[in-house]
Ligand binder design. Structure first.
Ligand SMILES: [Zn+2]
Length: 320
């Protein structure tokens, strides 16, 4: 209920600051928009450090970080209207959870946990393309106008002034703990729209859009592990896997029916296996080593906390 508390009484201000109704260049849909494009960018830039911190920082491997940025950078020139000029940034978070999300204006995040399950570069392009789709379709902005419709209200007037004092206090509402904020949870149609746009950008950049279906399989496999007890976090920020799969299949049949025979569309498996996989494995080994060292450190700390059990005569620890 933090959202309601934070936003109570602010509906009027927001209603006054509505930017209005206009046609989105990526989707062709008419949308009710709260934030101007400049406000979207300011919001994304303000919230970015907060989110990176919440997910344990960036992955400590410059080549991996650069690789993810490169793949994202292959997609963004194919976005519509003025979107290629957004201050796009792609961040690989050093987190075991399986998730990806984007902030308005062009800040895209993906967890190491999700990347570890991928087998080719087109899958990486699929996840980044989906997130880029949320940005170009202005889904958060749309969610905000829906929130106003629900009389929850958001002080959009405060967001977007580059004065961090006024913007910062709304970040928890938008981003929430672990990116679980109200405004980062999308509707069924928004999810499928992001897939649809992601596949468009993938195909334009030379990736086989079938990889978007492979991504869904990765998520379903993760969901079914351990008897389906723990669903990947991705499915709470990007719900409705069944609808998504159905619509991706439809796009494959109708728009990309020839994708598998098109030599210009590739999965780039070799590149992913050569660049990403060994580095992800090396990071996993380092984490394991650090865990073991941490264990030893704990043992010494426990011993120091009980100096009386050390026998100076026989130079042994007396365990009682
Ligand atoms: Zn999504």
């Amino acid at each position: 209920m933090r959202i309601l508390n934070a936003l109570a009484g602010l509906a009027l201000m927001t209603a006054l600051s509505l930017t209005g109704c206009r046609t989105n260049e990526a989707t062709g849909r008419s949308q009710l928009i709260v934030l101007s494009h400049e406000q979207e960018i300011a919001l994304g830039e303000e919230a970015m450090p907060e989110l990176i911190k919440e997910y344990g920082g960036e992955v400590p491997d410059a080549v991996l970080r650069e690789y993810v940025s490169e793949v994202g950078g292959r997609l963004t020139p194919h976005t519509e209207g003025d979107n290629p000029n957004n201050p796009w940034e792609f961040t690989l978070l050093d987190s075991d959870v399986i998730n990806a999300f984007a902030l308005p204006g062009g800040k895209v995040f993906m967890s190491r946990g999700l990347m570890e399950r991928m087998t080719n570069e087109a899958q990486l392009a699929g996840v980044l393309g989906h997130e880029i789709g949320h940005v170009t379709a202005q889904h958060v902005n749309e969610r905000m106008s829906q929130a106003i419709g629900l009389q929850i209200g958001v002080t959009a007037a405060a967001i977007g002034t580059r004065n961090s004092d006024s913007v910062a206090k709304y970040i928890p509402t938008i981003v929430g703990v672990g990116g679980q904020g109200f405004l980062l949870k999308f509707s069924r149609d928004q999810e499928s729209e992001a897939d649809h746009l992601g596949m468009r950008y993938m195909a334009r950049a030379g990736y086989n859009p079938r990889a978007q279906m492979q991504v869904m399989q990765i998520l379903l496999d993760a969901m079914n592990e351990g008897g389906g007890a723990t669903a990947p976090e991705f499915l709470s920020t990007h719900p409705y896997p069944d609808t998504r799969i159905e619509r991706i299949r439809e796009d494959m049949r109708n728009i990309y029916s020839n994708a598998d025979n098109n030599l210009n569309l590739s999965f780039h498996e070799e590149r992913f296996q050569r660049i990403a996989v060994p580095r992800l494995e090396a990071l996993a080994r380092e984490r394991k080593k650090a865990d073991a060292t941490g264990g030893e450190r704990d043992m010494f700390a426990a011993l120091l906390a009980h100096p009386g059990t050390w026998c100076a005569h026989c130079r042994k620890l007396e365990v009682k």
